[in-house]
Design a protein around this ligand. Structure first.
Ligand code: SF4
Length: 433
């Protein structure tokens, strides 16, 4: 009889891949099947995110609920970034938690699962050369880590404190993992890392001389792999060679995330982002020139300490000039173990809320116009998800989400679609044989 596993994944793509690794490693030890019902679960795992305060606050109320609903003898484990930075404190505040496993210790899941109150959160533990078992949430598209941790010190960000120093995963392991995924049906891969285009700067115990552009060229030689996506690159490492490769490598999907955070050079300095408003614009304009069909998405923090009206106007100016196709925008959230939490000139919630609303409503106007402009156009869609009501979902090369009417026969295929409708988040279309 296989055991039942309930796993909840919060946060970013790295966490989604870590959850897949957790499932794979547990199944190496003994068979587990996934359940969506807490009451049925023998093991309950919450894979946490701590990039903002809200998910952390939510964690303890959730543990309380799960503990009440769980069946006799079931275990609760907390993994991910909040596990890394709270560690023992989680068990002190919630003794019903059986183990705590930090974001850099995923390969130890089978060790801690049977230890009462085990806490494994070392952020210098190097599992970059560890060969995880195989498990994929979606067989048609593979997520593959190419590095763990981050070597930057952005003053607002807790990631270096929860995921540790940046280490690149040896390219033979990445090549091997993608080849296996392609052999089992995936035509698309998403390369994951905090700063993917800083790949190759530091390895654990491997002296390989390679950088991100060379890694992309190497991966592109894999037969059967048709589409390569990656997240998240850092504007600091967007040299011309990388952008030329992005533009001219037919397997690289023309979708790129360029996290801005702020449009003000003064605020970027306070954030220790390492680039200026002008250099950021220069890179985006280069992308627009080299790959006019590409979509650019970004991250923006509003209300960072010291952000003046003019600083915010600079952010709005960059938004206008780049015309981002997607913006992930948030209010500044002070995080423990970061420099900015100690900064003086905090911005009131009232002002921050007003700025965020202005940014989001202006971007919504731009987005609706961009999406409406797709109606009547054609794009190559890779179908990778069955949806209710005879609908199938996939993405254009530039990352836009597309729905068509159809059956699972479309899954795993790249087909021409004529766009007939548009909403701000997705396109509708018909398969154009
Ligand atoms: S680059 Fe900056 S924002 Fe991104 S994970 Fe590293 S420290 Fe955080």
């Amino acid at each position: 009889m296989s055991k039942k596993l309930f796993i909840e994944t919060l946060g970013c793509g790295m966490n989604v891949r870590d959850s897949e690794h957790i499932i794979a490693e547990l199944n190496r030890k003994e068979p587990y099947t996934l359940t969506q019902t807490i009451e049925d679960a023998d093991l309950i795992i919450i894979n946490t995110c701590s990039v903002r305060e809200k998910p952390v606050a939510k964690l303890f109320s959730e543990i309380g609920i799960f503990n009440k609903r769980k069946k006799e003898g079931a275990k609760i484990g907390v993994t991910g970034c909040t596990a890394s930075h709270l560690g023992e404190e989680i068990i002190k505040r919630a003794p019903s938690v059986d183990f705590v496993l930090g974001a850099r210790n995923v390969s130890k899941i089978t060790q801690v699962v049977d230890q009462k109150h085990a806490v494994e959160i070392a952020i210098d533990y190097d599992e970059s050369s560890y060969e995880f078992g195989e498990y994929r949430t979606n067989p048609y598209r593979a997520m593959v880590n190419i590095s763990i941790g981050c070597d930057k010190q952005c003053t607002f960000c807790i990631v270096p404190a929860t995921r540790g120093e940046e280490i690149s995963i040896p390219s033979y392991l990445i090549f091997q993992e993608i080849s296996k995924a392609v052999a089992s049906g995936a035509k698309e891969v998403m390369l994951l890392g905090q700063n993917v285009n800083n790949y190759g700067r530091q390895f654990g115990n491997n002296e390989e001389k390679i950088n991100f552009t060379k890694l992309l060229q190497k991966i592109s030689t894999i037969d059967g792999l048709e589409r390569i996506r990656f997240t998240s690159p850092h504007p600091l490492h967007m040299d011309d060679t990388f952008l030329e490769e992005f533009a001219h490598n037919p397997k690289l999907c023309k979708q790129i995330h360029v996290p801005l955070q702020s449009g003000s050079t003064a605020i970027l300095q306070a954030m220790k982002r390492g680039y200026t408003k002008e250099s950021f614009l220069n890179r985006c304009e280069k992308i627009r020139r080299l790959s006019p069909e590409a979509t650019i998405s970004t991250d923006i923090i509003v209300g960072f300490p010291g952000e003046s009206e003019q600083d915010f106007e600079d952010t709005m100016e960059v938004v206008e000039r780049v015309g981002f196709e997607q913006i992930f925008s948030f209010k500044y959230s002070p995080r423990p173990q970061t420099q900015a939490q100690h900064f003086k000139n905090m911005i009131s919630d009232e002002i921050t809320t007003a700025r965020l609303q202005r940014l989001q409503s202006r971007h919504l106007e731009m987005l609706v116009a961009q999406m409406d402009a797709q109606i009547g156009s054609f794009c190559q869609v890779y179908f990778d998800e069955l949806k209710p009501n005879r609908r199938v979902a996939g993405r254009c090369d530039n990352g836009r989400l597309v729905f068509v009417e159809g059956s699972e026969a479309l899954l795993g295929k790249v087909l021409t679609v004529k766009i007939t409708h548009a909403t701000r988040t997705a396109l509708e279309g018909v398969v154009w044989e």
